[in-house]
Design a protein around this ligand. Sequence first.
Ligand code: MN
Length: 233
Amino acid sequence: MKKPMIALTPLVDRERHSFWMLPGYMDGIREAGGIPVMLPLDEDPATAARLAEVCDGFLFTGGDDVEPARYGAQTDPHTSCYSARDRMEEALWQAVLPRRKPVLGICRGIQLMNVLLGGTLYQDLETQYPSPVCHHQQPPYDRPVHSVRLLHGTPLQELLGDDQLRVNSYHHQAIHSLAPDLLPMAVSEDGLIEGVYHRRYPFLWGVQWHPEYSCHTDPVSRKMFRAFVAAAM
Ligand code: MN
């Protein structure tokens, strides 16, 4: 069978004027049988359309915060965004969705998909959602620090056959109001929606935790990458 080509949205290091990639995103996809390809930071709709046509699956990676104006909010002092990436990913999103190709969002990725589908975000959990649960862990990042409850009958719960999952956590924002087309599939101990999927789309999943940091040590992270890549075959 032909190996699916999985597009990764680029990580941006503005201080070094660089694009970069965490090896875990690529390793997770390669281990699952896909070919990871990092995309350019290009917001041209013609580029997005061509990429959406050529690639088989789309991984929206972690990174800067989504611009709050996109969900009708003022920018909080704790929010740090980079609108060029928002624009590039929105163009890609618009091109991919009509083609019904598999989409996975991780960290910023789940937040972005919620915003693009009409939901809102907590801009800073520490100040807006105080909780004893640690969402912003110290390294090593492959270490689980909190649990999520997997909702019955959701794709992730069915994939894993379990109702509970221990996850790593490295985020300061999270979903506030859920977009109408998304359904929750994982909820943290303190009630945050940390996993979602689309009501009607063939494969559109988002997770707030980081399987790319734990794909070498955690079989569940590898299962998630495999489900995504298999959907793109
Ligand atoms: Mn968390």
